[in-house]
Design a protein around this ligand. Structure first.
Ligand code: LLP
Length: 441
């Protein structure tokens, strides 16, 4: 434990070095930037492993037959996938690209699930050829397409159906997925879910093993999970009675929140686990179902806290009585979340994390958009050009949603552990940016 005000949202190894600077994974953050450049994303291996173990431990303690499936859309990278595999987690993908990352990491296909609301034929072929364990179906077109593809390949594919339970998880509208007005899942309310069960169960090359829903994210409340679990288990019992559906696998999705700012922390993993386990047992009991294997699908909560983004301060503009803009060398190109969802971030001054923070500033990016702001109204100790600023909780979704807007190259990523730093994604080059336009036969 350190005196760092952001200790609860930074990686667990965050510390103050002998010269007063921020350290992560036993590495001096300024030294890392000196070696790998700026902006830089730093992932802490100890935090990642610790969180994986917390997830597995918390859920199996409450419900022994549970599995943690890392949702790789939060950060798909071969080195991370290898750690996920070593920790014994499952993994899901939503595109052929994410599947390619899993294949590059040799991730065991039987521990994988293919999600997504509009998978293409080629993607399904690639997944089935790799031997993917589960495909989660999201539309009537997909039921037909997968049945066709599986038939052509001569396999019977285990599938789950993604349902939409019309339950509001009280998060940002853009990250709510289980409400009625959503492109995701078969709606129970409209009758689509029942039709999907009826159709899928009849398909020769599909084996329907279970049901899934995902409410959205980040979810700070526990109740939406238990409410949706009860509703979906009741539906499962109806489907058993009408069509003989056997609920072997059940997934209440992911969505577990993390702390982005120190005064808004999520419930402990053990609390989510308890709420979910109790609701499943209660529902199974009430509706006469055998207790299924349960799959949780966290993305953000696995990698979010492990990652820290570090930027270098350039220009500083003060508008008297209005605002001071501190511009950094990244921004919405590597983290669009504040612009898209009004997400909040904390800012840690890397060289003097314990100094009194006497100035309120807005940290802006370098992209040609007024909305390119990373953190509004944060307190810093007299910011100056050349300072390094660290944004905790940057490990999930930032880089996966990154773009090359303004033809900006995307940052490098290092994995730190016990004083060592390993480059796991190199900084893009101008050649990378030009290759897709110039390397044309
Ligand atoms: N399972 C399914 C079916 C999902 O659609 C998602 C996320 C997850 C699991 C993982 O959710 P998590 O545990 O990471 O909350 N770009 C947004 C988040 C979009 C999440 C989409 N689906 C953000 O940056 O907040």
């Amino acid at each position: 434990m350190t005196d760092l005000p952001e200790a609860q949202i930074l990686p667990i190894t965050a510390d103050i070095g002998v010269d007063g600077r921020l350290m992560i994974g036993g590495c001096d953050v300024r030294d890392l930037v000196g070696k790998f450049g700026s902006p830089l994303y730093i992932y802490d291996e100890a935090t990642l492993r610790d969180i994986c173990r917390d997830f597995v431990g918390s859920f199996t303690a409450e419900y022994p037959n549970s599995h943690i499936e890392y949702s790789s859309k939060a950060f798909a990278n071969p080195a991370i996938a290898e750690i996920i595999d070593q920790e014994g987690l499952d993994m899901d993908v939503v595109t052929g690209g994410e599947l390619a990352v899993a294949i590059a990491a040799n991730f065991p296909p039987e521990r994988m699930n293919f999600h997504g609301n509009n998978k293409g034929r080629e993607e399904l072929v690639e997944a089935l050829q790799y031997g993917i364990g589960i495909v989660t179906l999201d539309s009537f077109a997909e039921i037909d397409l997968l049945n066709e593809v599986a038939g052509e390949l001569g396999v019977t594919q285990q599938v789950m159906l993604r349902l939409s339970p019309s339950i509001d998880p009280h998060t940002h509208l853009l990250t709510s997925t289980g409400i009625l007005d959503s492109k995701f899942g078969f709606s129970i309310e409209t009758g689509d879910a029942e039709l999907a069960v009826e159709q899928a169960i009849d398909k020769e090359s599909l084996d329907v093993v279970g049901l899934h829903f995902h409410l959205g994210s980040p979810i700070f409340e526990l109740e939406p999970y238990s409410e949706a679990i009860d509703y979906v288990l009741q539906f499962a019992a109806n489907m058993r009675d009408r069509y003989g559906l056997e609920l072997k696998r059940f997934s209440p999705g992911g969505g577990f929140a993390i702390g982005y700012v120190s005064d808004t922390l999520p419930p402990a993993m053990s609390e989510y686990a308890k709420e979910i386990a109790v609701a499943i047992r209660k529902g199974c009991d009430a509706y006469g179902l055998d207790e299924p294997e349960v799959y949780l699908e966290p993305g953000r909560a696995i990698v979010g806290r492990a990652g820290v983004a570090v930027y270098t301060v350039g220009g500083i503009k003060t508008i008297p009585d209005v605002r001071t803009y501190v511009s950094v060398d990244g921004g919405m190109g590597d983290n669009i979340r504040p612009a898209l969802y009004d997400s909040e971030y904390s800012v840690v001054p890397v060289d003097r994390p314990l100094a009194p923070r006497n100035q309120t500033v807005t940290v802006a990016g370098k992209f040609c958009e007024s909305g390119d702001v990373l953190a509004r109204d944060v307190d810093l100790p007299d910011p100056a050009t050349g300072d390094l600023l660290a944004l905790p909780a940057s490990g999930a979704y930032c880089l996966m949603m990154a773009s090359n807007y303004n033809m900006q190259t995307r940052p490098a990523v290092v994995l730190v552990n016990e004083g060592n730093a390993r480059l796991i994604r190199r900084r893009e080059t101008y050649s990378d940016l030009l290759a897709s336009s110039l390397d044309i036969d």
